[in-house]
Design a protein around this ligand. Sequence first.
Ligand SMILES: C[S@@+](CC[C@H](N)C(=O)[O-])C[C@H]1O[C@@H](n2cnc3c(N)ncnc32)[C@H](O)[C@@H]1O
Length: 253
Amino acid sequence: MTAAYEQHLVPVVFQPFAADLAARAAALRPRCVLELAAGTGALTSALRSAVPSAEVTATDLNEDMVAFGSARCSGATWRQADAQRLPFPDGGFDLVACQFGVMFFPDRVGAFTEVRRVLTPGGRFLFNTWGPLGAHGFEVALQAGLERAFPHDPPRFLRTVPHGYADPAVVAADLTAAGFTVEDEQELTLRGRAGSIADLADGYLTGTPVRAAVEERGADPAVRATVIEEMRTRLGPGPATAPMTAYVFRAAA
Ligand SMILES: C[S@@+](CC[C@H](N)C(=O)[O-])C[C@H]1O[C@@H](n2cnc3c(N)ncnc32)[C@H](O)[C@@H]1O
């Protein structure tokens, strides 16, 4: 699952936003950075390049991600950690960064409160979240494929988790509830480029929780073919490009 995520999804969907977030981080000139939900290390590597003088500690809930990330990006210190219970003392970091992770935290205000605790006073929290599903060209095509394959009971993961925290006013209110001052909030649309629609579909169908949702509905090999066909109808035969909309937040502790 981790390898499929890294191979098929990171270059298309996550890398463009990692470059953006790392450039924003560099402008803050941090010395000690904590990354949450670091996954396989897309942002971690970008941070190491953009801010080589900073110490970077990368964390993720999932042990497999931590193992993969630490092999991929050995210049950071890697540690397994739940963002809602950070195993770090108060005030140890001047920047906490997180790429497309906060949507996965069941208790966001609790996680943001933890982030503020581990930041120095005035330290920054920099992160992005996905916009609505309809504003992500690849994922709306994937969801259409899943709805064609499972017309009565389509998997709802994309709609409810990655794209389920897509109201910037709610995000800003959660930050304020955790004691942050929201300094900046931007909508950002970048284009992803997928060399192969089949590889992209495989990335989602085997490298994300969509896999479990499909398996729960039975192991029908026709599902993959249906999803790829629908994605090709919407995106073209490939290579394909599509817009992807996110919100980027910077908040001060
Ligand atoms: C969409 S991936 C993003 C990974 C990486 N930031 C990237 O840009 O490729 C979401 C990540 O959130 C992690 N995650 C989910 N719940 C978490 C939690 N409570 N604390 C920390 N990480 C969590 C998952 O293990 C996964 O690696």
